[in-house]
Design a protein around this ligand. Structure first.
Ligand code: PLP
Length: 361
């Protein structure tokens, strides 16, 4: 009745309809409060409950150990590209793995703050693969090792985490967050934007081992950019993004009620297989990422001709699908198939691509 379409956007992205329906139902009067969550004081007991439930449900969903703090911060993950080095560098330097556009941005930003090196990259093949991470040249002095675990634009993911020789691993999980189970204790810090697998844009979730939250930072560090400040204030140092936190809570609950992250992972693998199987047998299309490192969430593909790719984009758009144009830096097409994309959406896309292929033999 709402004429919703299959939206393959890389983010902001599709949300689950049952979640949107709950939000709709609560919009005018949230649980008898007489107001929407958008109008509610972040200091009210009602919002406090929303916040506490969201925290508790995320901890349950991911099995987050007590030694980790969970922060809901504004500024997206782009702000984390600065906050991570500002809070974690202690003079020992940091090692970055540059495997795509997002880790490169993080690396360029971090270099402003200290002795930050790129120790492995796949730039030589337009970031189509993940370099061998079994014996990286990590300095004894390094304060942390940084990766982007799923590169949204290039469509790659790490098959195994790098050996960091005990140094804290910082991972940008934006485009894979909550798509599968995650052993949080393998990481020092996990950062994730919520506009892919969760909800609206403009907020990042930071899961950080408490011993990495330092209070002896350069005193000129702006208060807003300090993890210790946000941790002490329960993510309410200033007015938080109440609306986004509320929606996060709804999505966490929805995932918990639908089999948790194990079940989400199975659904996601099944969807990705449908699309990759089609691309692998196609005579027209090919996936652009090395098959050993393919992302389950972001599937870039191409015909090999920019002109034909543009025709495919026009064709699928006319058929009612949206946001399939590849990122401007790589071209081609890209289907982002996050948690909320139903299997039927991927099947319908494959049917449409097959039809285009049949018409262009
Ligand atoms: C992997 C990754 N990291 C970081 C970002 C930046 O997120 P934001 O625009 O919310 O700051 C994105 C955005 O798409 C992303 O895909």
């Amino acid at each position: 009745m709402y004429n919703r379409i299959y939206n393959f956007s890389a983010g902001p992205a599709m949300m689950s309809e049952p979640v949107l329906e709950q939000i709709r139902d609560e919009l005018m009067n949230f649980q008898g409060s007489g107001m929407s969550v958008m109008e509610m004081s972040h200091r009210s007991s009602q919002f406090r409950q929303i916040y506490d439930n969201a925290q508790a449900d995320l901890r349950k969903l991911m099995g987050i150990p007590d030694e980790y703090a969970v922060l809901f911060l504004q500024g997206g993950v782009t702000l984390q590209f600065s906050m991570v080095p500002m809070n974690l560098l202690q003079g020992g330097g940091a090692e970055y793995l540059v495997t795509g556009a997002w880790s490169k941005k993080a690396f360029v930003e971090a270099k402003k703050f200290g002795d930050v090196r790129c120790i492995a990259t796949s730039e030589d093949q337009n970031y189509a693969y993940i370099p061998d991470c079994s014996s990286l040249p990590i300095r004894d002095s390094a304060d942390y090792v940084y990766i982007c675990e799923n590169e949204t634009i290039h469509g790659t993911t790490y098959p195994t985490l790098p050996n960091t020789y005990g140094k804290p691993l910082v991972s940008d999980q934006s485009s894979m967050f909550l798509s599968r189970p995650c052993r949080v204790s393998d990481y020092g810090v996990i950062v994730a934007g919520i506009q892919k697998n969760i909800g609206p844009a403009g907020m990042a979730i930071v899961i950080i081992r408490k011993d990495l939250i330092r209070s002896d930072l350069d005193p000129r560090t702006p208060a807003y950019l300090r993890y210790d400040v946000h941790d002490a204030a329960n993510s309410m140092y200033n007015t938080p993004n109440c609306w986004a936190i509320y929606i996060c809570g709804k999505v966490f609950r929805y995932l918990l009620d639908n089999g948790g992250l194990e079940a989400a992972a199975q659904r996601n693998l099944e969807k990705a297989k449908i699309l990759y199987d089609y691309l692998d047998q196609s005579n027209l299309f090919r996936g652009t990422a090395d098959p050993a490192f393919r992302s389950v969430m972001n599937v870039p593909f191409s015909t090999g001709s920019a002109e034909l790719d543009a025709q495919v984009v026009a064709y699928v758009t006319a058929a009612g699908f949206d946001n399939l144009k590849g990122h401007r830096s790589v071209g081609g097409l890209r289907a982002s198939i996050y948690n909320a994309m139903p299997k039927a959406g991927v099947e319908a896309l494959v049917d449409c691509l097959s039809q285009f292929e049949a018409e262009h033999r």
